[in-house]
Design a protein around this ligand. Structure first.
Ligand SMILES: Nc1ncnc2c1ncn2[C@@H]1O[C@H](COP(=O)(O)O)[C@@H](O)[C@H]1OP(=O)(O)O
Ligand SMILES: [Mg+2]
Length: 520
C-alpha cells in the first residue's frame, strides 16, 4: 500500500506558468518498497531531496540530457557497422610515444588498408579472424618492454589480455582460456611480429573522421545542448563544452555529419523529445556550437564533457558524460552518466561481484547530497564517500592511461600512506562517481608536466564527490577554482579523499613531490 505523501508545486526561481504546470507532481511513499515514487518530471529528484529546491529544474534537465547522451553513446558502441574490430597495443612503460592504436570501421578504408598490409605479410586477417584471434604472444621478446596489454574488440565484446614480463598471462585471461605460463607462444610471436610490422607500415593509426568516438562526441554534445536549451529556455543560456563544429563544416566532414544527424534524430525520436527529432544538419551544427562559451566567474554556465575518457570508450571500458553547472564561478550541480560502470562496487577489495549490472547516473546539487541512480531509471539512492580513517584499508583510483597521470608518483604516495591494495585504474570521471559511493577512498591525478586541466574534466565529478562528503583539492590542498574560464589553474595535480584522510594524504603528497624534485 502506498501512503500519499504530499502533492505540491515546487517553488521555482524562474516562474514561467507553463513550467509550473508541467512540474506539478505527486509523491508517494511505499512502505513495502521502502522508497518514494512519484509522477511529474522532478518527482524523482524531490523524492531524494527536499531541503533545497533552487536547482531542481536544472537538475531534472541535466539528468535527462546526460541519460539521453549516454543512450546515444551506447547505441553507437553497439552499431556493427562502426566497430567491427579494433586492435590496440598499449605498451605499459609509461611512455605515450610507444602507443599503437587502430580503430576501424566496417568497409572503411582502414579495414582495407590494414587487411592489404597484412596480406602483403602473408597474413590473411579477415574480421572474423581478428575476433577469434587469441593474440597470445610474448610481447617482451617482440618489443623489449616491461609488459604489454592487448585489447581485441568485436562489437561489444572486449577481451583484455595482460602480459607479464615473464610472458605469463594475468588473470582473468589465463583462467578464461585455461592457459598457463607454460603455453608455447612461439607461433603467435612470429604472427604478431608480422602484424606489428604491417600496422606500422600502414598509415592507419590516425583518427578516422568516421570513428565511433568522433560521432559519439559530437552527437552527445548536440543532444545535451538541445535538451538543455529546450528544457531551460533562458536568454542567457551558456554552455562550455569540449567540441566545436569546425571540422564538420568542411567538405571532408559531411559524411560524419550525416551520421551524427541520423543518430541524434533516432535517439531523440525514441525519447520524450520526439517533437524535436527532425533536425537538419544545420540544427545539429548549431547545437554543437552552443558549447562555445568561455565560462568565467559571473552568471551561470553549463560545463560539458560529451564523452569523458574517450580512450576508455574506444576500448569498451569506462567513460562518462559529464555535465556541471557553474553559478558565479562555483559548481552548484553535477551529473555524471557512466554507462559501463557496474552498480556493484569496483573497489580493489571486491573480488566477488560478477558486474552483470552496469550503468550508473550520479547527481548532486549543492547542499543536498549525492545520489546514484541506475541508468535503467530505477530508484536513486543517497551515497557517501568511504568513512575509513585507516589508509591501510583504503584502495585508490588513478587513470588507466599512464600518459594521463604519473603512476610512479601515485605509487610512492600510496606506499607512504601504507595503502595495501593495488591501484584501481579506470578511465574518466567514473572515478569520481565510484569514489562518491565509497568504492575506494582516494583518487590521485598527476598529469605530465605542461598538461592543463580543463573544467569539464572535473566540474561534475567534483560536486558529486564533495556532496557525498569528500574533499577535492589540488596537490597543495587548495580547492579547485572553476571561475577562471576553460582551464583550471593548476601546476601540480588533483587529489581526492574523505575529510579524515586528507591531512595524511597531503603530507604523503608533499613528501613524494619533494623526493621527486630532489631526484631530478
Ligand atoms: N596528456 C594528458 N594528461 C592528462 N589528461 C589528459 C591528457 N590527454 C587527455 N587527457 C584527458 O584526461 C581525461 C581522462 O582522464 P582519465 O585518464 O582519468 O580517464 C580526459 O578528459 C582526457 O581528455 P579527453 O576527454 O579529450 O579524452
Ligand atoms: Mg574529458
Amino acid at each position: 500500500m502506498a501512503i500519499n505523501w504530499f502533492r505540491a508545486v515546487p517553488k521555482l526561481r524562474h516562474s514561467e506558468p507553463e513550467f509550473i504546470r508541467s512540474h506539478a507532481f505527486s509523491l508517494s511513499f511505499s512502505p513495502t518498497k521502502r522508497a518514494f515514487s512519484g509522477s511529474g518530471r522532478i518527482a524523482t529528484a524531490l523524492s531524494s531531496s527536499s531541503s533545497s529546491m533552487s536547482y531542481e529544474k536544472e537538475l531534472a534537465a541535466a539528468k535527462k540530457a546526460a541519460s539521453l547522451a549516454a543512450l546515444l553513446c551506447q547505441a553507437i558502441l553497439s552499431l556493427s557497422d562502426f566497430i567491427t574490430f579494433c586492435l590496440r597495443v598499449d605498451f605499459k612503460n609509461g611512455n605515450p610515444e610507444h602507443k599503437l592504436s587502430i580503430e576501424s570501421a566496417s568497409n572503411s578504408e582502414h579495414d582495407n588498408v590494414i587487411c592489404d598490409q597484412l596480406r602483403m605479410q602473408n597474413i590473411c586477417l579477415s574480421k572474423t579472424h581478428v575476433v577469434n584471434l587469441p593474440i597470445l604472444l610474448p610481447f617482451k621478446h617482440l618489443l623489449d618492454n616491461e609488459s604489454a596489454v592487448v585489447f581485441v574488440y568485436h562489437l561489444q565484446e572486449t577481451e583484455s589480455l595482460y602480459f607479464n614480463p615473464d610472458c605469463s598471462l594475468s588473470r582473468p585471461m589465463a583462467n578464461q582460456y585455461n592457459l598457463s605460463s607454460q603455453v608455447d607462444f612461439s607461433y603467435w610471436f612470429s604472427l604478431l611480429q608480422k602484424v606489428q610490422k604491417a600496422l606500422l607500415q600502414s598509415d592507419v593509426h590516425s583518427k578516422s573522421d568516421k570513428s565511433p568516438v568522433t560521432v559519439a562526441d559530437y552527437g552527445s554534445q548536440a543532444i545535451v545542448s538541445l535538451v538543455l536549451e529546450r528544457e531551460l529556455p533562458c536568454e542567457s543560456f551558456s554552455l562550455v563544452a569540449e567540441e566545436d563544429s569546425g571540422d564538420l563544416r568542411k567538405e571532408s566532414g559531411q559524411e560524419t555529419l550525416e551520421r551524427i544527424k541520423k543518430l541524434v534524430n533516432d535517439t531523440l525520436a525514441n525519447s520524450d523529445f520526439s517533437s524535436v527529432s527532425n533536425l537538419t544538419t544545420e540544427d545539429v551544427l548549431r547545437a554543437i556550437d552552443n558549447g562555445k562559451s568561455e565560462g568565467g566567474s559571473s552568471g551561470q554556465h553549463w560545463v560539458l564533457d560529451p564523452i569523458d575518457g574517450t580512450k576508455g570508450f574506444v576500448r569498451g571500458d569506462q567513460y562518462a558524460i559529464a555535465l556541471g553547472l557553474l553559478d558565479e564561478g562555483k559548481v552548484v550541480l553535477g551529473v555524471l552518466a557512466c554507462p559501463n560502470l557496474p552498480l556493484a562496487s569496483i573497489s580493489g577489495n571486491n573480488q566477488h561481484s560478477s558486474y552483470d549490472k552496469v550503468g550508473c547516473l550520479f547527481f548532486a546539487t549543492v547542499g543536498t547530497g549525492t545520489y546514484m541512480q541506475p541508468l535503467d531509471g530505477s530508484y536513486p539512492i543517497k551515497v557517501h564517500v568511504s568513512a575509513t580513517e585507516n589508509p591501510e584499508e583504503a584502495s585508490f583510483f588513478e587513470s588507466f592511461e599512464a600518459a594521463h597521470s604519473l603512476h610512479d608518483l601515485s605509487s610512492s604516495i600510496a606506499q607512504k600512506l601504507g595503502v595495501k591494495a593495488l591501484p584501481v585504474r579506470i578511465d574518466s570521471q567514473a572515478k569520481y562517481g565510484a569514489l562518491s559511493r565509497g568504492d575506494g577512498a582516494i583518487y590521485l591525478r598527476f598529469p605530465h608536466k605542461g598538461y592543463r586541466e580543463k573544467i569539464w574534466d572535473h566540474a561534475a565529478g567534483c560536486i558529486v564527490v564533495t556532496e557525498a562528503g569528500g574533499v577535492v583539492a589540488d596537490a597543495a590542498g587548495n580547492p579547485l577554482d572553476f571561475s577562471k574560464g576553460k582551464y583550471l589553474d593548476l601546476d601540480t595535480g588533483i587529489i581526492v579523499t574523505n575529510q579524515k584522510l586528507m591531512p595524511l594524504l597531503l603530507k604523503a603528497v608533499r613528501e613524494s613531490l619533494e623526493e621527486k624534485l630532489s631526484s631530478l
